[in-house]
Design a protein around this ligand. Sequence first.
Ligand SMILES: Nc1nc2c(ncn2[C@@H]2O[C@H](COP(=O)(O)OP(=O)(O)OP(=O)(O)O)[C@@H](O)[C@H]2O)c(=O)[nH]1
Ligand SMILES: [Mg+2]
Length: 472
Amino acid sequence: MSNLPLQCKNLKEQVESILQLLQQEPTLRSQDITPVRTSLSKAISPKFEIVFAGAFSAGKSMLINALLERELLYSAEGHATGTECKIEYAEVDKERVILTFLSEAEIREQVASLCQQLGFKTVPNINQPDLINLLRQYSEAIIQQEGGESKSERAKQAKALMLLVEGYIANRDRINTVINATYPMEQFNFSNLKEAAGYARRGSNSAVLKRIEYYCNHPLLQDGNVIIDTPGIDAPVEKDAQLTYAKIQHPDTSAVVYVLKPAAAGDMTKEETELLELMRENGGVRDRVFYIFNRIDETWYNTQLRQRLDDLINGQFTNSRKVYKTSGLLGFYGSQIKQTSQQDRFGLDSVFTESIKGLDGKEETPQFVYAFNNYCVNSGKLSSTKFRVSVNGYETPNQNYVRILGDWGNELIEKLIQDSGTEEFRTAITRYLTEEKRPQLFKNLADDLEDICIKLKKHYQSVQRDLDSQPQ
Ligand SMILES: Nc1nc2c(ncn2[C@@H]2O[C@H](COP(=O)(O)OP(=O)(O)OP(=O)(O)O)[C@@H](O)[C@H]2O)c(=O)[nH]1
Ligand SMILES: [Mg+2]
């Protein structure tokens, strides 16, 4: 609120007084004032929540990492994000993570509900070790029966039950009976935000976590901007998906970055269309939606996908101003390897140390290296440029990668980042958040008030005319 112009200091009181005038007139009382109330609360709120939502594995977490140019959130194949993750601003030396756990009561409730759905006759006491083991065995047996953990609703429920029980056992001494216990990351011996993110990734820990809050130093987060990562709307764990639907409808949500997957899938899914409608119904969001067609790199290698995506955008999104095509993967790692050199083999020995570690000492190829080599020779992006690049069959993918970057270095990385579209998206959202957001929130309020003020004015004018026409 520190950024409010002087004449808006008492904005709340001033708007309230107008609404009171309205209340005093019986003929105007039925006027719907919800829009004014919503836009008032947005205009004076110190926080501005930007929710990243979309299908699972669309690349939401990776895109946030690309936006902030650091590896903050856990991103992986499969169901990766299981809990709401908030990222707020912090000064450089005050960066931290706070983890909030479910209470034992909440966990019991979830266990009971899952046991019931699975048709268990009794609900075990989660504090009795024998029963817990039994529960585990049952769940495992169900998953086997169904042929895999995501093969059916029943298998998913069994998997969820197993994770919940395991998470409870692993974190028992941190979980309180009735309240939601909160811990700073130091208590887990995490030395940085990334380690905390790894701990909280989808799995047994995230099953018992209620919320994760990151406090991170980045200019984009100044002025009360809060970035929120959510689980995929079609996540195999129903409870996780519900969390996202609830967040999209929540009045605190002020903007949405809708990360769409048709670039990889060819079309919008039923869930994606539903989510679109829900966010359009949220009066707190209005037109503050960024549509991101992520995984755009996949369309570079597939003409049919490219055509279908173009058709979709030209058909359904022609009137949307904020449409972007990105490759979070190339954009994020591009920004990371900018700081590397021949010495650490352009990140293989720094950024990618973990992912090249193979069994029996053989070096693995990181996902990014495959994507990079592919970009160089198959995407067509370099065909009419000065970059003459080849991928040799007699070299490993990692060797090709190091050689190509050794030849072309930063210039090629810059070109890659540019083609990834993430920079364009970052520039647009930065401009929006730093220049357009505040004036727009005030304009919304002014527009909503105008309607009411015109009605009041007309009403008073007619009262005055009435009075004038009467004998003095
Ligand atoms: N090819 C390609 N892969 C991507 C891109 N963005 C993300 N990925 C990969 O897709 C997988 C999922 O990425 P996440 O960032 O975890 O996706 P998410 O939407 O957060 O997924 P959930 O949290 O499970 O809902 C990871 O293996 C990423 O490396 C992209 O632009 N192109
Ligand atoms: Mg995620």
